[in-house]
Write a protein that binds this ligand. Structure first.
Ligand SMILES: [Zn+2]
Length: 359
């Protein structure tokens, strides 16, 4: 007890000891908690509501009798690794609620809340305006220990504004923009060419593969301490009402998580000292129609999910009958895993999720 009060009293001055030295934060835009915890939705796995064309292949790949089997088929890494060795929040049917607090339930407010730790009423559109707030990425980068060791990659070309790249001073690569590195690599040059030569519509985003492999090549060669990656296809295909592509995109995100994790465990700089955090910017509505959209008018689209794994996170698995967690807690949790007290420095920010950082 005396030690505990000492820690609380000096909590603002001391840096907590954690084993995490590297953090990878991955977001996939608007992937519903329903698919994460229940797998493919039978109300959408059809021609009428989900425009599914390859029914046989989709059923073979993703349909199973129980929700547990379906979710494991859809997101095998998330369920066999992250949920087994870490923690996952947001299964509303099991008494775990994760939600955004910004009330907007769309992307820019959600990324702002995730990355700064607080909702901001000024952020009321997805317009490309520089974020007046400092993200936890920039806050870390401003510390000598993280200078030159933070990088962000997003499929959505608004990220240089959301993260305020010019002010933040670390790479924020987004949309179809080439990733300039000195020295560069043959793989990065090829990725830059594929982006330049891709068909595009002005409002659209590159396929996740281009964004993922850009971030992955950077991770392998530059070994950042903090890597942020945001993928977009889960939101794009859902807005288009194409459930088959939405599901395939979610399955690819799972493959990317596995690829990142296995790569990290193969590198001495990352092995055993890396924490992986995965979440979304907002939820979506229900089948058969509302699943395509999200926003203020669909209150239930405030519900999200989040998963954590790493040396400082107890293997408590799928959280059931626990207190609610919010998107505003992610920033301070990411920092706390690294032993940094973001919540102490930024009073508006949500507190770290105690169970995630309390090993
Ligand atoms: Zn959207």
């Amino acid at each position: 007890m005396r030690l505990l009060s000492f820690v609380i009293f000096f909590g603002g001055l001391l840096t907590a000891q954690t084993q995490t030295k590297k953090t990878i934060l991955v977001m996939t835009d608007g992937l519903r908690w329903q698919e994460v915890f229940q797998g493919v939705d039978p109300a959408l796995l059809n021609k009428e509501a989900g425009k599914v064309k390859n029914m046989e292949a989709m059923r073979k790949a993703y349909w199973r009798e129980t929700a547990e089997q379906r979710r494991a088929a859809l997101l095998p890494f998330l369920w066999s690794e992250m949920a087994a060795k870490g923690q996952i929040y947001g299964n509303r049917e099991a008494g775990s609620e994760a939600s955004v607090t910004n009330r907007r339930n769309f992307s820019y407010p959600g990324y702002n809340e995730t990355l700064t730790g607080f909702a901001d009423d000024r952020i009321d559109s997805n317009d490309k305006k520089y974020n007046p707030n400092v993200t936890v990425l920039e806050w870390l980068h401003n510390k000598p220990a993280y200078r030159g060791k933070v990088a962000a990659f997003g499929a959505w070309d608004a990220f240089p504004w959301i993260i305020n790249g010019p002010r933040a001073g670390f790479p924020v690569n987004a949309g179809y923009d080439a990733m300039e590195m000195t020295p560069t690599t043959a793989a990065m040059e090829l990725l830059n060419r594929l982006k330049a030569e891709s068909p595009r519509d002005p409002e659209g985003e590159p396929i996740d593969a281009l964004t993922f492999h850009t971030a992955f090549e950077y991770l392998k060669t530059r070994k950042p301490s903090v890597l942020f990656l945001s993928l977009g296809e889960t939101d794009e295909w859902a807005h288009a009402g194409k459930y088959e592509e939405y599901i395939r995109a979610a399955n690819r995100v799972d493959l990317y998580l596995k690829t990142l994790w296995e790569q990290a465990q193969s590198m001495p700089e990352y092995r055993g000292v890396t924490s992986l955090v995965v979440t979304v910017d907002h939820g979506r509505g229900r089948a058969p129609v509302d699943w395509k959209s999200h926003g203020e008018k669909l209150d239930e689209t405030k519900y999200i999910w989040m998963a954590f794994m790493g040396p400082d996170t107890k293997a408590l698995g799928e959280r059931k009958n626990v207190g609610p967690v919010t998107q505003s807690q992610v920033a301070a949790t990411v920092a706390a895993l690294l032993g940094e007290d973001y919540a102490g420095a930024v009073s508006k920010a949500g507190k770290p999720i105690a169970d995630v950082v309390g090993k």
